[in-house]
Design a protein around this ligand. Structure first.
Ligand code: FES
Ligand code: FES
Length: 168
């Protein structure tokens, strides 16, 4: 009987949450598996594993990406940010994270890392979004606890506070 040849593993180096990291990945290893299994990042969650729920979202060079649809080798040499990148260096939560807590934008928290990352990327492109625009952005994510109203309020409030802090 022919023995299947084991796929060769590649050394992948990337900047993860501001730190240089490396690990080994077979060519078809998903970025979600690479981050959680090879690099020990349990905050990278997976739900559907086929690009629908948004749970596995990370930022790839600052843009949201489904890590369940991205191969680890595609992230080689690039910047990857997980939810860990959002808190301040002293561990204090960001304004957006605090707003999610205040407005009950989460219950079990499983979907939350991906949603926070999408929301941050969204606010960096649209500093003063309408409620409808926030809802459209959230339509790319599934929350089984249905905390959407709280999320909309949290994102809106964060946008307003940032805009007034930036005003001359
Ligand atoms: S786990 Fe990646 S989109 Fe659902
Ligand atoms: S808070 Fe539970 S799935 Fe969204």
């Amino acid at each position: 009987m022919l023995e299947l040849k084991k796929e060769q593993r590649h050394l992948i180096a990337m900047t993860l949450d501001g730190q240089q990291v490396r690990g080994l990945a077979e060519p078809r290893m998903l970025l979600s598996d690479f981050l959680s299994q090879e690099l020990g990042r349990p905050e990278v969650h997976v739900g559907c594993e086929h690009g629908v729920c948004g749970t596995c979202t990370v930022l790839l060079d600052g843009r949201p990406a489904r890590s369940c649809l991205t191969f680890a080798v595609q992230a080689a040499g690039r910047r990857v940010d997980t939810v860990r990148s959002l808190a301040h260096e002293d561990g204090k939560l960001s304004d957006l994270q605090n707003a999610f807590r205040k407005h009950h934008g989460l219950q079990c928290g499983y979907c939350t890392p991906g949603i926070l990352l999408s929301a941050e990327a969204f606010l960096s492109q649209n500093a003063t979004p309408s409620e409808q625009e926030v809802r459209e952005m959230l339509s790319g994510h599934i929350c089984r606890c249905t905390c959407y109203v709280g999320m909309v309020d949290a994102i809106h409030e964060t946008a307003k506070k940032r805009a007034s802090a930036a005003a001359p």
